[in-house]
Design a binder for this molecule. Structure first.
Ligand SMILES: Cc1cc2nc3c(=O)[nH]c(=O)nc-3n(C[C@H](O)[C@H](O)[C@H](O)COP(=O)(O)O)c2cc1C
Length: 147
């Protein structure tokens, strides 16, 4: 089964986790790039659009922006073709202390877009960057996602 990690990261947190996961899984990290990374832009223009056509299993990851999935990841996921026969695991990174302040909602948004394209979404992880438990959440996720 061919696997890859597809992320958007504005300030490096989501990317840092992806690099650790990619080392453990020995898979490539593909980073979505935008013309202007101002998070207030409603329809950001993507300048690098990772091609996932050759992969069976994807890990998609994004930061939470304004209690929602980052616009960049929204635009990326929505432009994907049908994902029948592909599976995915997801993670998001966020800052605010409670999951209801964006984390849960963001994972749900990612899952809904992917499922609307017939992708089978398996595992979901929310990483709170301010939490004392951050490192253990990351380590558990890396163990689970690399199995
Ligand atoms: C414009 C903007 C909006 C944000 N909104 C939220 C939010 O609603 N809830 C939250 O928990 N964190 C929020 N954050 C914090 C980021 O989600 C968090 O720092 C994340 O780990 C950043 O990931 P990155 O370094 O990969 O870009 C926001 C950050 C930015 C820059």
């Amino acid at each position: 089964m061919k696997k890859a990690i597809v992320i958007y990261s504005k300030t490096g947190n989501t990317l840092g986790v992806a690099k650790r996961l990619s080392e453990k899984m020995n898979v490539e990290v593909m980073e979505i790039k935008v013309k202007d990374d101002n998070p207030n832009i409603m329809e950001p223009t993507l300048t690098y659009i990772p091609d996932i056509s050759n992969y069976d299993h994807l890990i998609f990851a994004s930061p939470v922006h304004g209690f929602n999935l980052s616009k960049v990841m929204q635009v990326y996921l929505k432009q994907l073709p049908d994902l029948e026969n592909k599976t995915a695991d997801l993670y998001i990174t966020h800052f605010f202390p409670f999951a209801w302040m964006g984390g849960n909602r963001t994972l749900k948004q990612m899952k809904n877009i992917l499922e609307s394209k017939h992708c089978k979404v398996n595992r979901l992880t929310s990483i709170n960057w301010k939490s004392k438990r951050r490192e253990s959440v990351i380590q558990t996720m890396i163990e689970n996602y690399s199995m």
